[in-house]
Design a protein around this ligand. Structure first.
Ligand code: GLN
Length: 306
């Protein structure tokens, strides 16, 4: 398929969305950008188009990386004791679901409360802070040594992060988050402020698609179990309260971020990274999802159909 044509076809969708404004540094991003990078893991082929090499804030896509890292460090059962695998039906920063459902733990790892809890589980090791370990692991699993923290976005997250603080303190009050709450929040704000490209996300998707093995050097980076678990959670909760809608429309495990990024892992086929910063009401990239839907249809990637 011609990726430039696909971008042309989805371009007008940008007008249906808006860049995230609740984090001021993200509000400055030019909405008129759309890029894609495809990593075909079976044939070891790559293709890219549009803004595929533009750096943008990873935001919630980082939750995939910290989930994988926590599973590698602590084991899957330890992580499963901390977060569920259920949809919330509420926005990503919801504070109410544990109150309403009387749950003792966040419903899944991709809402902010679950992600902050996961980040809190990563403890200092060999003199490396939790964030230093996440950064190192991100560079490895995205095969991108140029990933760095964007100080302006980090400061902006800090200034506007009161909802996340309230989630973390709620978890602390409920004795669910038991490590240092300030450090856990700082780790979370920093992980959201890492700068990636469509190519970095396609590489991450490719590792997941390839059962945990990096297709660029055949090194196993995560266990098969971690890759399978994470793809399932992406499929069911990766696009927040719109996850069900897109499971039906796209049928590929995908995780979004309010920086406009999408990572997809089409099992045994493709790792896909997409970037377009204008978001829908749920915080997912509008043109990005339109492009992903088109690619999924053209390349027959829907896991329920093919
Ligand atoms: N940093 C953002 C937040 O905590 C990430 C949210 C997202 O990408 N959905 O609100």
């Amino acid at each position: 398929m011609n990726l430039n044509d696909a971008i042309q076809e989805c371009w007008s969708k940008i007008d249906e969305g808006q860049v995230a404004t609740y984090i001021p540094a993200l509000a400055k991003v030019d909405p008129y950008q759309l890029g894609v990078y495809l990593f075909d893991v079976t044939n070891d082929k790559k293709a890219e188009a549009g803004a595929s090499q533009v750096r943008f804030a990873i935001e919630s896509v980082s939750k995939v990386i910290t989930l994988l890292y926590a599973i590698e460090r602590l084991g899957l059962s330890a992580v499963e004791e901390q977060v569920g695998t259920r949809q919330t039906g509420f926005p990503f920063d919801t504070i109410l679901n544990m109150e309403i459902t009387k749950e003792t733990h966040p419903l899944n790892a991709f809402i902010n409360s679950g992600a902050i809890l996961i980040s809190s589980l990563i403890e200092e090791q060999d003199g490396l802070s939790p964030f230093d370990q996440i950064l190192e692991f991100s560079r490895k699993i995205c095969n991108d040594p140029a990933i760095t923290l964007n100080e302006e976005i980090y400061q902006s997250e800090l200034r506007t992060g009161d909802m996340n603080r309230s989630l973390a303190y709620y978890l602390k009050a409920k004795e669910v988050l038991t490590n240092d709450v300030t450090l856990s929040l700082d780790t979370y704000f920093k992980q959201c402020s890492m700068m990636v490209t469509c190519q970095s996300l396609a590489n991450l998707g490719a590792v997941l698609a390839n059962d945990g093995i990096a297709p660029w050097n055949n090194e196993r980076i995560i266990s098969s179990e971690a890759a399978t678990y994470t793809k399932s959670v992406m499929m069911t909760t990766g696009l927040y309260n719109e996850s069900g809608t897109y499971s039906v429309r796209i049928g590929v495990p995908t995780k979004s971020g309010v920086g406009g990024g999408l990572v997809s892992a089409s099992p045994n086929h493709y790792g896909i990274g997409i970037f377009s910063p204008a978001l829908d009401h749920a915080g997912n990239s509008v043109a990005g999802l339109a492009l992903l839907e088109l690619i999924s249809k053209k390349l027959k990637l829907d896991v329920f159909r093919y």
